[in-house]
Design a protein. Structure first.
Length: 200
């Protein structure tokens, strides 16, 4: 075997050994999410003159008047959003007067039910919890499991005049795992809001 050919083979073998020795076993790391620091729970009262309802909401939230509903104006001036800027979420509150125009009590309940259950194709489950408070507030609180766009929704009513619907949305892709801690945290605030809700 010529000297040059032997040197080339030796160099090639040494290179292969060197590259194979540099390989390390790869161990994938488990998927993780950023730790979220939740604000301390403190509440204040939403009690704006002229509004047909009042309730307590977190101090770390802002009330924003809703001026657009899918490009149209809301049907009355009492639609608001509760914005949680530090958590990138928002509760959309729509208020309707029972018996006003096409708003029969049965239709409003059916519409709230349909709006929740349109998430069925993404939901793993939908739990319904009865709302009944001493302030003549009744309704249903929905917990939607899975990658639904809105995991927490409710409607509250006195069955005679007032009907309020709320839905929590995040400015993020719906991912049940990553949003679970925030959904759980804000669910308590939504229940507090419902439990302190009063009609005027």
């Amino acid at each position: 075997m010529p000297k040059n050919k032997f040197a080339t083979i030796l160099l090639l073998a040494a290179s292969l050994l060197t590259f194979s020795a540099c390989e390390q076993g790869f161990t994938p790391k488990p998927r993780g999410y950023f730790e979220i620091k939740f604000p301390e729970r403190k509440y204040k009262v939403f009690d704006q003159p002229g509004y047909p309802y009042t309730f307590e909401y977190p101090e770390y939230a802002n009330i924003i008047k809703d001026t657009s509903f899918f490009g149209d104006r809301p049907e009355n001036p009492y639609w608001i959003n509760i914005d949680f800027p530090s958590l990138n979420g928002k509760i959309y509150l729509s208020y309707k007067i029972i018996g006003d125009g096409n708003n029969s009590f049965r239709k409003l309940v059916d519409d709230a039910y349909k709006m929740t259950y349109k998430h069925t194709y993404k939901a793993d489950y939908i739990d319904e919890n009865v709302i009944h408070t001493e302030n003549q507030v009744n309704g249903t609180f929905y917990q939607v499991g899975g990658n639904a766009a809105s995991a927490k929704q409710f409607f509250a009513t006195d069955s005679v005049k007032h009907f309020l619907r709320g839905a929590l949305y995040f400015d993020a892709a719906p991912n049940a795992d990553s949003l679970a801690p925030v959904n759980k945290y804000l669910q308590q605030d939504m229940w507090h809001m419902v439990e302190t809700l009063r009609w005027r």
